[in-house]
Write a protein that binds this ligand. Structure first.
Ligand code: RIB
Length: 295
């Protein structure tokens, strides 16, 4: 079983601020740092640091070559990553003292994926392989359809959620990886959104993260929960991506759903204690130690 992540790669410009800006306000940041980011790339790095064999497909501009280098160093297969005209995707991220953030995203090269790139990439994958996808690139609907034609299993993280997501062929998704806001948006209700989503897409597994409260899994009437870990948050950017990569790898390793959720929560808890997205993602050994210390 191989994992293909067709996803975004961003350059994150992270500003440490006393509080997130109010409309019309100008504020001095205590620090500005450049980090490797992008929901797709973060999830790929999490998979690789967890020990998975992962292929990342997507687009960067010439200014994003350091992201390709980072993937190579992490052991990611990069033959489906293209360098195109124009800038790499980028973000402006404010991080306040509590670790909470807000993000402005410019897609850049992430919206330069062509039908030809999709066809050429997916031709290399087949039955039993996994496609992981988020919502920061163009053509997610086309990629979902093409992957299903190849017999792949589709894991979809609809983040950042937009109205357009509801027009994607979501009935083809095998597993939704969502937070509470995304689940509510897709299900159309804030009342037990995970259950409502499971009812709407009865053939799909639902994995819903709950921040520091942990995560739950739902499938055909069965609900499994894992508690979160109490840690001091420095920067929550990329915590959900870390969860996704570690959850998927644990699943591929045959861990029980409960153990996979717990391991993914542990990896995310470590990540929120550090600045940056990809830079904060722990290695598998760190997650082993973290879990061993907590019984
Ligand atoms: O999920 C975190 C990521 O979202 C950041 O790295 C940023 O690039 C945005 O895409």
């Amino acid at each position: 079983m191989r994992i293909l992540n067709f996803g975004s790669l961003n350059i994150d410009y992270v500003y440490s601020v006393p509080h997130i800006l109010r409309p019309g306000e100008t504020l001095a940041a205590s620090k500005m740092e450049r980090f490797a980011g992008g929901k797709g790339s973060n999830q790929t790095v999490a998979l690789a640091r967890a020990g998975a064999a992962v292929w990342h497909a997507g687009c960067i501009g010439a200014d994003g070559e350091f992201l390709r280098d980072m993937h190579r160093e992490a052991g990611v297969h990069t033959e489906f990553l293209r360098t195109v005209e124009g800038p790499t995707g980028s973000t402006v991220i404010q991080v306040e003292k509590s670790g909470e953030n807000c993000i402005i995203y410019h897609p850049g090269a992430n919206h330069r994926i062509t039908a030809e790139q999709i066809a050429e990439t997916l031709a290399n994958f087949g039955k039993g392989d996994i496609l992981l996808l988020q919502n920061e690139i163009n053509a997610p609907a086309e990629i979902i359809r093409a992957a299903k034609k190849q017999g792949m299993k589709v894991f979809f993280n609809p983040s950042p959620i937009t109205d357009a997501v509801k027009q994607y062929p979501l009935e083809l998704v095998d597993c939704f990886l969502v937070n509470e806001i995304e689940a509510a948006e897709l299900a159309g209700t804030e009342c037990d959104p995970a259950a409502a989503l499971a009812e709407k897409y009865p053939d799909a597994e639902i994995v819903m993260t709950l921040g520091k409260r942990g995560a739950i899994w739902l499938y055909q009437g069965v609900r499994i929960a894992a508690e979160g870990f109490s840690v001091r948050a420095v920067d929550t950017t990329g915590a959900g991506d870390t969860f996704t990569g570690y959850y998927l790898k644990a699943l591929c390793d045959g861990l029980s759903t409960e153990a996979a959720l717990r391991r993914a929560c542990a990896a995310a808890a470590i990540a929120v204690g550090r600045m940056g997205a990809a830079a904060a993602i722990p290695a598998a050994e760190e997650v082993d130690v973290f879990l061993a210390e907590r019984g």
